[in-house]
Design a protein. Structure first.
Length: 398
């Protein structure tokens, strides 16, 4: 389909490449933050970014406040035809040059519309593995696949996706926002009545089963049995919130485990933490760990998915072994018990915590800058729009 330049007020045309980001959800979560960060870091003189979301939410309000065009349409794994029609109409009437999808429902509908319109489609898969439907959609429609960790990259090739249609682009964070001086540590601590000399351990993420907030609570209870002076902050909301609050109350730990809720400015919380515990059951390349590292916060994490690609164990934090990664750290058992034991060891070693804090910042700056992720992604966009399928290979070499 021929590109349709956009006509601006006054009759001028907008010759920028128009990207339509198709999002399968619209909460304030990791995927959504990734899309905002990417849109903010693509060259604004070259790319115009619009978004299609499945419902109105505080996230869509935020996008519009940043000057983005936002469209709303239902998105399901079995996509409604009217959503395919809407995307095709947007391609035709607003000059969309490329569709960029996130989550399986968005990938399915965007790939269908892209195939009908002759518009390149790329899907970023934010998980640590590919679902059968995502594999089928990519094979059937010829959409390009971006993965964020090597585990997903190797699976994509193992199931037969063409190497030239798979790219590895690690996540990144905005280092101008997330850094050790982004807020005075005492600022957040005052809101939960934690003193400047107290130890504060954090959890940041959705309170959902896959993120393991219940494992964080178990680790916190174990730590408090041995170190009753430690405080804990759980930052986030989700379906498990009521059950978690009830668990804390039954244990009588309300004065030590603080439920923070949704943080609109998490970069103002990280500098107040001495340590972050990451207890996810499944994750690819979690932004929470990257944000913490960039802010100078060491991390103890269960080594699932792409997490071992982020944490340099013994240097920026500690990885705890799982059945998938046996023996990552032999002195600690897997799961939440190992997280608790590793955390206790670090909390008793202030010099090690300080050393890890500095190493975390240096690693984040060297490896996980959102600007580098945006450069890699924009290169893929350019090649998909401007090259025939038999042109240059697009995949990244891990």
């Amino acid at each position: 389909m021929a590109r349709t330049p956009r006509v601006l007020p006054g009759g001028q045309t907008d010759e920028r490449t128009h990207i339509l980001e198709v999002l399968g959800n619209a909460i304030v979560g990791g995927m959504e933050n990734y899309v905002r960060n990417l849109a903010a870091n693509l060259p604004s003189n070259e790319f115009k970014v619009s978004l299609l979301c499945p419902f109105e939410s505080p996230y869509t309000v935020l996008l519009r406040s940043e000057g983005r065009d936002v469209y709303i349409a239902p998105l399901r794994d079995d996509p409604p035809w009217r959503t395919v029609e809407l995307i095709c109409t947007l391609v035709r009437e607003t000059g969309v040059d490329l569709l960029h999808a996130h989550l399986m429902n968005a990938h399915t509908v965007a790939a269908m519309a892209g195939r009908l319109c002759g518009t390149p489609t790329v899907a970023t898969l934010h998980g640590m593995s590919l679902h059968p439907q995502e594999i089928s959609v990519a094979r059937t429609t010829g959409s390009h696949t971006i993965v964020v960790c090597r585990e997903a990259w190797s699976q994509a090739l193992a199931v037969g996706l063409a190497p030239e249609r798979v790219s590895l682009v690690p996540n990144g964070v905005d280092l101008a926002t997330y850094h050790p001086m982004s807020a005075e540590p005492a600022e957040f601590r005052r809101t939960i009545d934690v003193g400047p000399a107290d130890l504060l351990v954090g959890f940041v993420g959705r309170l959902a089963w896959e993120k393991g907030p219940d494992k964080f609570l178990k680790a916190a209870e174990y730590i408090l049995q041995r170190r009753p002076d430690v405080h804990f902050a759980m930052v986030g909301t989700g379906l498990m919130e009521k059950d978690l609050v009830a668990t804390i109350r039954r244990a009588g730990l309300e004065s030590r485990i603080h439920m923070i809720g949704l943080a609109r400015e998490p970069h103002r919380i990280y500098p107040a933490l001495d340590l972050l515990l990451h207890t996810s059951r499944a994750d690819a390349m979690p932004l929470t760990i990257l944000e913490a590292m960039a802010s100078g916060v060491p991390v103890v994490a269960i080594g699932v998915g792409g997490v071992p690609e982020i944490v340099a164990t013994g240097e920026t934090g500690i990885l705890v072994g799982t059945t998938e990664w046996p023996g990552i750290v032999s002195e600690y058992p897997g799961d939440w018990e190992g997280v608790a034991l590793a955390a206790l060891a670090l909390l008793s070693n202030s010099a090690k915590l300080k050393s890890m804090a500095g190493a975390s910042v240096r690693r984040a700056q060297a490896c996980f800058d959102i600007r580098q992720s945006a450069i890699m992604t924009s290169q893929i966009f350019r090649q998909l729009i401007g090259s025939r399928p038999d042109k240059a290979r697009l995949h990244s070499v891990p």
